[in-house]
Design a protein around this ligand. Structure first.
Ligand code: F6R
Length: 367
């Protein structure tokens, strides 16, 4: 059942070229230049006329939501807020019938997300679900939705569900942007062609980084802290990289927007602090270069995720992980893959139970 892999988590990491493809299947019609999503299309005016979109979720799904905010605001120009379901439900939030609330949940059973959705529904918002588990409670209570079709995710740490959520959010952003005129046809066509090739890019990353990451992981088995940094679309990817590591390896890790480093975390940097920095060419590259210089000056150990052929960041880094170049909006999908592998191998070498980490459950049905 693990398909020859040692753990479900590794199997699920390697399934991503297929799961991302499955999530797009029947929806992304590149030749025709169309994105077909009945859940969106049947209610497209609700989205178009929304005062704002509020995304609610927990954990990894909340990280996907943060990237969703960047996507929907950039391409559809609709204001988006992202909130932890647990905070949203208890703070008497302002919700009207002009709001669209999107819940993101792999399991579709998360208690806080469910309760937040019920509240939004009572206040008249249109509620939309992005779930992986078909016919789950959240999928049933929502007015409409899109399944991620990533297939069953057994490992407690979410991997393929996350990249499938990003795929759906990308499709939604492009579809809404095309419909409301904020995303011109030429840009739309080139973006969807690139999206169509993402499963292949993920396949490339898996094969080009798998062995290298096992080597890197060996050097960090006894580390007790990690920082993960990224900017723009890759800031949430840094949060997610850090969450993966802490969940399964029990190493303390924090994700930060790279520019926030000088507002505090930089005090932590010395020769014992490994810093994973996501630095693709497209997306504030020059700014990242100066962040890396600041880390280097303080002797932090730099693990850089860069595009193939990168020079500036690579020259300063202790470890260089190369990913293919993509438009900025797709880079969290591609960059997340080596970070999943890094967390996985560090945990394996520490002897941790990666599929069943202590204290965690696959679906959190109590608040
Ligand atoms: C992280 C993880 C959790 C879940 C969170 C939400 O690897 O598994 O953080 O992402 O509990 O779960 P869902 O998406 O099922 O609502």
């Amino acid at each position: 059942e693990k398909g020859g892999y040692e753990h479900f988590m590794l199997k699920e990491i390697f399934e991503q070229p297929k799961s991302i493809h499955d999530t797009m299947r029947g929806r992304l019609l590149v030749e025709e230049g169309v994105i077909k999503m009945a859940g969106i299309w049947d209610h497209v005016e609700r989205f178009k006329n929304a005062n704002r979109i509020i995304i609610i979720a927990c954990g990894t799904s909340w990280h996907a939501g943060l990237i969703g905010e960047y996507l929907i605001e950039e391409y559809a120009r609709i204001p988006v807020e992202v909130e932890y379901a647990s905070e949203f439900r208890y703070r008497n939030p302002i919700i009207t019938d002009k709001d669209v609330v999107i819940a993101i949940s792999q399991s579709g059973e998360t208690a806080d997300t469910m309760a937040a959705l019920k509240l939004a529904k009572e206040k008249g918002a249109f509620i939309y679900g992005i779930c992986n588990v078909v016919d789950s409670s959240i999928a049933r209570i929502t007015d409409a939705g899109s399944y991620t079709h990533a297939g069953p995710e057994i490992g407690v740490a979410s991997t393929k569900a996350f990249t499938a959520q990003l795929t759906i959010l990308t499709l939604i952003a492009f579809k809404l942007g095309k419909h409301n005129g904020n995303l011109g046809n030429a840009d739309f066509m080139s973006l969807i062609a690139e999206l169509d090739a993402i499963p292949k890019r993920v396949e490339e990353v898996l094969s080009s980084t798998h062995e290298q990451i096992q080597q890197i992981a060996k050097d960090f088995v006894s580390t007790s802290n990690f920082l993960y940094l990224g900017r723009g679309y890759n800031y949430p990817a840094a949060l997610e990289g850090a969450l993966k590591l802490k969940e399964i390896s029990y190493i303390h890790a924090e994700g930060y927007p790279a520019a926030e480093m000088k507002h505090g975390p930089i005090a932590l940097i010395d020769e014992n602090m490994p810093i994973v920095i996501i630095a693709p060419k497209k997306g504030h590259y020059d700014k990242i270069v100066s962040n890396v210089q600041e880390i280097k000056a303080r002797k932090g150990k730099i693990i850089a995720v860069v595009n193939k052929g990168d020079r500036q960041v690579s020259e300063m880094a202790d470890y260089v992980i190369e990913i293919p170049e993509t438009s900025e909006c797709f880079s969290p999908i591609v960059a997340s893959v080596p970070l999943q592998l890094l967390a996985y191998y560090i945990a394996v070498y520490r002897g941790a139970n990666v599929d069943q980490p202590r204290n965690l459950a696959k679906s959190v049905t109590v608040e």
